[in-house]
Design a protein around this ligand. Structure first.
Ligand code: SAH
Length: 244
């Protein structure tokens, strides 16, 4: 199975539409999230414009550790790239959402409309930043080999990936702490999502949440070392991936 290398069509870009509304008017409607595995949820659009002091500690830590030429993958409104610039660091934001890229450009950023897995995104980056459950961009566990091969292409010698994720095991834990998950089924961190903003409906997409143990196992299989840099407040963590 190969990974998708395309970008979104503007009429199927609900998060981008929400980001654009919020940027141009200072408010936005509800950005709704649907999944076959969970109840309907919402992403607070103002939160996509968070500044450094408003960011969770894991994200602040990632921005402190990021250095050299930084690739901000799935950059959204550009919040992390803007915070990095204020810190005097050099970041390139990339996203598959045409409307988000339009907003980032309006915010003065040299944003690229490109998929992480598209070979036209080339360069040697000292830091590849993937934040807000950044492992999601991998999509499914079976894409993880393609992901590590892609990181080998994009990382400069001595470079690293800084990625946050969550272990979804708490969704499957019984009251006594035992873990009830069907081992014959797909990996429990694979989630399907669909978003909607006003009348803009996106296509369904896969989003990978990965526990640190599974991430380290695959990392070593593909020649990387995974370190847990910091744990968050609820089964979430920041990982650093470096080539061995
Ligand atoms: N990092 C931002 C946005 C997170 S939402 C923040 O923390 O606020 C995830 C973003 O990743 C979305 O903007 C989505 O369009 C983008 N994205 C998803 N898959 C991608 C891929 N394969 N390549 C690049 N960007 C991707």
């Amino acid at each position: 199975m190969t990974t998708d290398t395309t970008c979104l069509a503007p009429e199927k870009d609900p998060m981008g539409a929400a980001i654009r509304d919020y940027y141009s008017t200072g408010k936005a409607g509800r950005l709704r999230v649907f999944s076959s595995q969970f109840d309907e949820d919402e992403i607070p659009v103002a939160g996509l414009f968070r500044t450094y002091p408003e960011m969770p500690a894991l994200e602040q830590k990632a921005l402190q550790l990021a250095g050299g030429l930084i690739l901000d993958v799935g950059a959204g409104s550009g919040c992390h790239t803007l915070a990095l610039k204020e810190m005097g660091k050099d970041a390139l934001p990339a996203d598959i959402s045409p409307l988000s890229v339009e907003v980032m450009r309006a915010r003065g950023l040299d944003a690229r409309l490109v998929n992480l897995f598209d070979p036209r995104l080339a360069g040697q980056f000292d830091t590849v930043l993937m934040l807000m459950n950044g492992s999601g961009v991998i999509g499914r566990l079976e894409n993880i080999g393609a992901f590590f091969r892609r990181m080998k292409q994009l990382l400069a010698p001595g470079g690293c990936v800084l990625m946050d994720s969550s272990d979804l095991r708490y969704l499957f834990e019984d009251g006594d702490g035992s873990f009830a998950v069907d081992l014959a089924a797909d990996y429990y961190g694979q989630v399907d999502f669909r978003m909607q903003y006003k009348n803009v409906k996106g296509d369904p997409f896969d989003w990978l949440y990965i526990d640190f143990g599974t991430l380290s196992l695959y990392a070593s299989q593909y020649g990387f070392r995974a370190e847990k840099v910091q744990s968050g407040e609820h089964y979430d963590y920041l990982a650093r991936l470096t080539l061995r």
